[in-house]
Design a protein around this ligand. Structure first.
Ligand SMILES: Nc1ncnc2c1ncn2[C@@H]1O[C@H](COP(=O)(O)OP(=O)(O)OP(=O)(O)O)[C@@H](O)[C@H]1O
Length: 261
């Protein structure tokens, strides 16, 4: 399905922390129903972009429109239609899954009874329903990740920002969550997928955007990126685009230091 409705429009986006410019004139239009692989080396500016889109940080230059409206003017309504799985999951660990998920659901305006029922059913699908009334502090890493995913989608958002969403999940859960992401796309949801696992980004994304030092250095589907670069895997192209060629030298140096004593 080709959908040209622009759901996110970013014009001349700049962001600095003190004297350090971390986003340098980013221009991006994102269409509804796409999975966008948003990748780049550590410190490239990915989280900063996502936090601006989420309305979590201000002080930027340029313009960001979501659902056609400037987020500076409409910073409340649009937030009800977006969901976010952060890289480092901070859930309120002293709460039970039931307390936490119903709290989040109610923040998004759902009735208690509806979020209670939905949360329990979603946990069942992800195989953790037995822990619905247990404290999150007793959960394994993967279980906490599943809670973070449920809390990001319980209100059925139109745009989903996922930062390393598969972190800590076992192979079966990875398969299930990837399948769910594809079905969310088929349902017209737009997904911003940020990850360092290149194999997944390569397979899952309709469009891949590579950020390096605050600049977009590649933008297109995997085939287009291959054509404009070379015929390799996304991991190889990524290393080439971001200028990282010293892995052999650096790994030798690391081992040599260990061998000194
Ligand atoms: N609150 C802050 N104050 C000062 N500098 C910051 C702040 N947040 C981020 N930075 C700097 O901005 C740059 C971009 O950081 P950002 O977190 O956006 O990178 P990233 O691409 O998400 O990296 P990673 O892959 O490691 O998560 C980095 O140099 C970082 O040190």
């Amino acid at each position: 399905m080709i959908n040209n409705e622009k759901i996110i429009e970013i014009k001349n986006l700049n962001m600095s922390y003190g004297s350090k410019q971390v986003l340098k004139n980013i221009n991006l239009d994102i269409n509804r129903g796409n999975i966008i692989g948003y990748i780049g080396p550590n410190g490239a500016g990915k989280s900063t972009t996502i936090k601006i889109l989420l309305g979590l940080i201000g002080g930027y230059g340029g313009e960001v429109k979501i659902f056609g409206r400037d987020i500076r003017e409409d910073d409340f309504e649009y937030k009800n239609k977006i969901g976010y799985v952060p890289e480092i999951v901070k859930v309120y660990e002293s709460l039970t899954a039931q307390e936490y998920l119903t709290f989040i659901g109610q923040l998004y305006g759902l009735e208690y009874k509806i979020c209670d029922e939905k949360a329990k059913r979603l946990m069942k699908v992800l195989g953790i329903e037995d822990s619905y009334e247990s404290r999150i502090s007793s959960f394994s890493k993967g279980m906490k990740q599943k809670i973070a995913i449920i809390s990001a989608v319980i209100h059925n958002p139109d745009i989903l920002f996922l930062d390393e969403p598969l972190s800590g999940l076992d192979a079966n859960s990875v398969l299930l969550i990837k399948e769910i992401i594809n079905k969310l796309k088929e349902n017209g949801k737009t997904i911003f997928y940020s990850s360092h696992i290149m194999e997944v980004v390569e397979k899952i994304s309709d469009r891949i955007i590579v950020l390096n030092d605050g600049n977009i250095v590649a933008d297109g589907n995997f085939e287009e990126i291959r054509k404009s670069s070379f015929d390799g895997s996304l991991e190889e192209i990524f290393n080439e685009l971001t200028g990282f060629a010293e892995h052999s030298e650096l790994s030798n140096e690391f081992i040599n230091i260990l061998n000194e004593v």
